[in-house]
Design a binder for this molecule. Sequence first.
Ligand SMILES: O=C(O)CCC(=O)C(=O)O
Ligand SMILES: [Fe+2]
Length: 336
Amino acid sequence: MSNTESYPPEFRPLMSESTEPEITVEHLNKSKDIQIPVINLERLDMEKLKEACKDWGIFHLENTGIPSTLMSQVKEVTESLLNLPFEEKRKMFGVNSPLSYYWSTQMVSPSGNALKRDPEKSGAHLFEGINVPLASLSRLLPHSRCSDPKLESFRVVMEEYGRHISRIVVTLFEAIADTLSLEISGDRKMSYLSESTGLVRVQRYPRCTESPGLEAHTDSSVISIINEDEVGGLEFMKDGEWFKATPLANSFVINLGDMMQVLSDDEYKSVLHKVGKIMKKKERYSIIYFVFPDKECMFESSRYKTFKFSEYEAQVKLDIENHGSKIGLSRFLNTP
Ligand SMILES: O=C(O)CCC(=O)C(=O)O
Ligand SMILES: [Fe+2]
């Protein structure tokens, strides 16, 4: 485990010592292990993709053409940034930074702003992360202003990673749209996959047997692309039951988000997911790329009222502030 200093002070008493053996007591987590579908991006099987979207809402994506050296660099720069002392991160990603640092009792709005939550309402969830709006990488952190070498390495690697992921997103989105027989024009397509709203989030979950990582939620995105390490811990709901998604090396986990559910007119579901207790020897890292639509992008469907993505975001923000958690699509149903 990395140095305790790098964690928020309120996490420290709750974290397990690295000298303790791996915890395998089954009753600590009742979710069953399961292998989610595996989709090969280079040789797309459209039937399999449709089934994965319809029956699961979550799947592994392999053969994405990202060089393995870049994948290792992404892991390296993420770990090195999150391993900085807590106070340093707080200062570095404070009010004037385009990146935001958040942990546990905060929740993040779809646009990436950290929202304060009432810990009484949300319970103890041990995660911390840094939000990196994609646009900020090139616009707001030019080489000359990026004085910290760790931040500069992070910027360079993430820019390269972002380019690859954008390519993967377009291919995957077009394929998913095909499985729904949706005809989406070039401009419209790009407003669903807007780079100006795209967000990379790097997260870390300490090893802990008492508190879970991240509470159950759906993503407000079109799709989310999770790059997780071998520790595992991601859980999702299928047919009313919680399952653990077993990690698969050299692949991403793809989650369908709320906006994909609307686009598919509810044929595909935005998957409910969470991160359970991290009981392995190591803490867990994940790097998530959220594909968000343009703020002005309109969503029309038979099940939901017509809305603009910014209206959806505003509602989510309001619900988190007022109720402690997101309510989501049910707020926008045509018939209450
Ligand atoms: O860390 C993960 O694997 C998932 C995180 C997640 O679901 C989120 O940040 O929305
Ligand atoms: Fe999520």
